[in-house]
Design a protein around this ligand. Structure first.
Ligand code: HGY
Ligand code: MN
Ligand code: MN
Length: 415
């Protein structure tokens, strides 16, 4: 008899065991966890989670952008809109085992535990794993939930060209996850996502539950600087059109903007490539990405305008050509206050302190707010570390979060 029968709560050993098992799925040749969207590694993770969904008799549906849904519905509630719990299974490169996976597996655990405890929901319950949330291989990020929420046509998403030149649609077909259900086929009554915070706030404050009330806006752009290749030894500084130097100036400009914002803006140059990329040749071309975020739309816009203005000045001063291509642009979102208050109440009744907070990271919930009342639960990330194999959360916090999630789902789908 699993422990959830007695306490009508989650089976913590099953959840922790599945997190570990999924965390060992999709390792690359160096043993690093890298389940990039629609890769063989992603397939391995998807297959494992689908097997767990089937093992507890959920109906498994795949939609045309590869989103996976495990659905529990009964004859007496099948006409009601479901409560949906979701997140993602794809990861960044050399990732931790919790980002995304914790949300999908906690959702599955909540549904399975409620089923085993004989709960009779007045609504279907569904757990979702959305395609390409991370956006490392294909842009934009959160493509599965964006299409699901009607923010991008399926055909356009399937035609997304990866950083490796592959097409998302062909890769989903190759791994057997090019489904047939129309995205949006289940219109949720409410959407919940539980996630590790990936920042330092909860860990520093010693508070186990975050009741997330909003999520910041995200702007991704790719910048290409064209200078002039020349000899590293013979070319005097004033003759150089050094794309690498100009790129470095953009990075320091971004940090100056962050400092000016008092840390409200965050900016990251996570990828950079030079051409011809030779030790003794002044870079002719520098291509890099800028990830820019701010919780306030007008301020995010202001940052984008400041960068655009600086790139113009830089092109003139350095004698280089600079172009920018917008890759992603998502506005800040505010979550449903009724559900946020429910999360706070449930946490309090379970004896867990909670804290209202903003999400610095993007999540599928950012897209699902377009469809239905949506909110998120955070649990602490030790040291605020994420997108790093050192990503960790205390077991007690993982279990506390999943217990709060189960209770919130119960109350949202009350029999
Ligand atoms: O980039 C993000 O914020 C998320 O991890 N996809
Ligand atoms: Mn995530
Ligand atoms: Mn992530």
């Amino acid at each position: 008899m699993t422990d959830n029968h007695r306490k009508n709560t989650i089976d913590s050993q099953r959840l922790l065991g599945r997190l570990e098992a999924l965390g060992r799925t999709g390792l690359d040749r160096e043993g690093k966890l890298t389940r990039l969207a629609a890769s063989d590694a992603d397939k391995a993770g998807r297959d494992l989670v689908v097997s767990w969904m089937k093992a507890c008799d959920l109906a498994v549906e795949i939609d045309r952008i590869g989103n996976i849904f495990g659905i529990w519905q009964e004859a007496d509630n099948r006409n009601e809109a479901p409560v949906m719990i979701g997140s993602h299974l794809d990861t960044v490169i050399d990732a931790g085992i919790l980002d995304g996976s914790y949300g999908v597996l906690s959702g599955l655990e909540a549904i399975q535990s409620l089923k085993e405890a004989g709960f009779k929901p007045a609504r279907p319950l569904a757990v979702a794993a959305f395609t390409n949330e991370e956006g490392v291989r294909y842009h934009p990020d959160m493509i599965g939930s964006l299409v699901y929420a009607g923010g991008l046509e399926v055909a356009e998403a399937l035609a997304a060209v990866g950083t490796d030149g592959t097409l998302l649609g062909e890769e989903l077909d190759r791994i057997g996850y090019l489904g047939t259900r129309e995205p949006g086929f289940l219109r949720p009554h409410a959407y919940l996502e539980i996630h590790v915070e990936q920042g330092p706030v909860l860990d520093r404050s010693g508070i186990p539950i975050g009741a997330v009330e909003n999520l910041q806006g995200i702007s991704w752009q790719r910048i290409t600087i064209e200078g002039e290749a020349n000899h590293a030894g013979t070319t005097p500084a004033q003759m150089r059109h050094d794309a690498g130097l100009s790129a470095a100036r953009v990075i320091t400009f971004l940090r100056d903007r962050v400092d000016l914002s008092g840390g409200k803006t965050v900016a990251t140059v996570g990828t950079m490539a030079f051409k011809p990329n030779a030790i003794n040749v002044i870079p002719a071309t520098a291509t890099f990405t800028v990830d820019l975020r701010n919780p306030v739309e007008a301020l995010l816009k202001g940052e984008e305008e400041a960068i655009a203005g600086y790139l113009k000045e830089l092109a003139a001063s350095d004698g280089v050509a600079i172009r920018s291509e917008q890759l992603v642009r998502f506005n800040p979102v505010t979550f449903d206050d009724t559900i946020v208050r429910l999360i706070e109440r449930v946490a309090g009744e379970a004896g867990f302190e909670s804290k209202r907070m903003t999400s610095g990271a993007g999540h599928d919930a950012q897209m699902m707010t377009r469809l239905c009342p949506t909110a998120m639960i955070f649990v602490p990330s030790i040291g605020g570390i994420s997108h790093n194999p050192g990503e960790k959360t205390r077991e007690g916090d993982l279990i506390a979060g999943a217990r709060v999630l189960l209770e919130v789902v119960k109350q949202l789908s009350g029999s």
